[in-house]
Design a protein around this ligand. Sequence first.
Ligand SMILES: Cc1cc2nc3c(=O)[nH]c(=O)nc-3n(C[C@H](O)[C@H](O)[C@H](O)COP(=O)(O)OP(=O)(O)OC[C@H]3O[C@@H](n4cnc5c(N)ncnc54)[C@H](O)[C@@H]3O)c2cc1C
Length: 483
Amino acid sequence: MQDKILEAEKRLKPILGKRVSIFEAHRMSYGRDWSPRMYGDDNIPEMVAVPRNTEECQEIVKVAYELGIPVIAFAGGTGMGGGVQAWKGGIMVDTKGMDQVIEFDEKNMSVRVGAGITIWHLNEFLAKHGMWLPHQPESKQASTVGAAIGCDNDSTFGIKYGKMLECLTSAKVVIGTGEAIEFGHRKASMTSTGYKLHHLFVGSESTLGIVTEAQLRVNYLPKTRTVMGFYVRTIEDACFACEQLMTSGIQLESLHVNDKQRLHFYTHSYRVKYNREPEVPEWAEAIMFVSVAGDQDVVDFFCTKIRDKVKDIASEVKEQEIVTGYWASKHTLQFEPFKQKWPDSQRERKFGAADVGVPIGNLEKMHDAFVNLSEKYNQKILGMTVYNECPQKISPSISFAIFVDDHDQTNMDNFYKFVKEMSLEAIKLEGTMSTYIGDGDRLGGFNQIEHGESFEYMKKLKSMFDPKNIMNPGKKFESRWIK
Ligand SMILES: Cc1cc2nc3c(=O)[nH]c(=O)nc-3n(C[C@H](O)[C@H](O)[C@H](O)COP(=O)(O)OP(=O)(O)OC[C@H]3O[C@@H](n4cnc5c(N)ncnc54)[C@H](O)[C@@H]3O)c2cc1C
């Protein structure tokens, strides 16, 4: 492989100059993402290349195709499933150089961007025009548009606007041969023609190609927003309350249901910061948060209606600081007293999650499995949060979160055993293994179990876009951690 890498460097230097490198110091920072893995267990790529546009990206993939070198797209490196791990070596394509706003078409509420722009920077640009991209993962300061497409992450506002799939109308992709192809339906919001091939790239984790440009539907920013919190007796009650709210015609902007452990997480933060006890009803086993947004009179009306609708099964959170702390954790990651979302050191207590999804009626059963399996594998529970990601539907995208100690091999091994059993349980409960983290280097081989016969069609599909299997090889089809 080393000879091939030297040859690739020789060919790419005249095109990229210093933006191609085989120096260890440059490569080292691309060795891991935020997925739990042992300290020191990095996968350092053999070369790093930073294209500034589609044409440069094509040159890199063409050379890799000719020489048979793996290529992986890298963005913010905050993925939690190992999507960017260069587990089979190769060239890491840092996409953040492709960060231009190419065209802003206000009248048609559409923007075309280089895929390397962060969602944060895109929204700074759009805000000047009173607009935003409502797909908002908590990691938006680091996460790029291309990665949001590539890993199909979730959004704080999914219940109103959906995820990236709902925003993406077209994308330019450099596929595994080095060809650049536009997939999609320009600026139209939908189509009935052909196949919706651009959808294939949502969640494809750069296994089919590298997205270099995206055409996105954007929205006007709402004028005001109100966030409310409610203590609820059970998770089931919370889901029932949410269904009631939506059936009544209230348009929620965000909706999150948290279990008892997560409730404690928020109230603990309050205690630490304010040094006093919040008023939490003894019976509370769950806490849910909702937000509504729009014109002030509409928001006021919805708030009154929400209070009225849930009054028999929920008690409103009185301490506004708990609501503010929660909202900061969902929206800006400035979560006092921890300064960021996750408490203490990310080193000893790293955030890890089984992000399975099940239909709403099986949520309690999945939660029971979470508690039992965490105990079985001696994992320290952080708690469950149910996000909702389909517009106007209770649509659980779930984070069953625990703290992982990535200095402790046994703890780490047990974490992946926990993820494996949670994944199999979710399939049994008619659900899916992942709702926002993706396959990465953890779940791939298990896709055969989840997808059955269609798994073979996925392989065939990949070979059409990537005939030499150089695009992020291993991901989606093999599991590195879970056997
Ligand atoms: C503090 C924090 C908060 C988080 N909050 C959320 C959250 O609210 N919701 C959520 O879902 N996740 C969340 N995550 C997980 C993660 O940040 C997101 O999934 C994020 O979008 C990953 O983006 P990234 O730019 O860091 O991608 P990376 O980790 O660099 O890449 C992720 C995947 O996308 C692929 N990819 C990258 N760019 C392209 C491209 N141009 N074309 C094709 N494929 C590409 C990569 O190959 C990889 O497989 C959080 C993580 C952290 C650390």
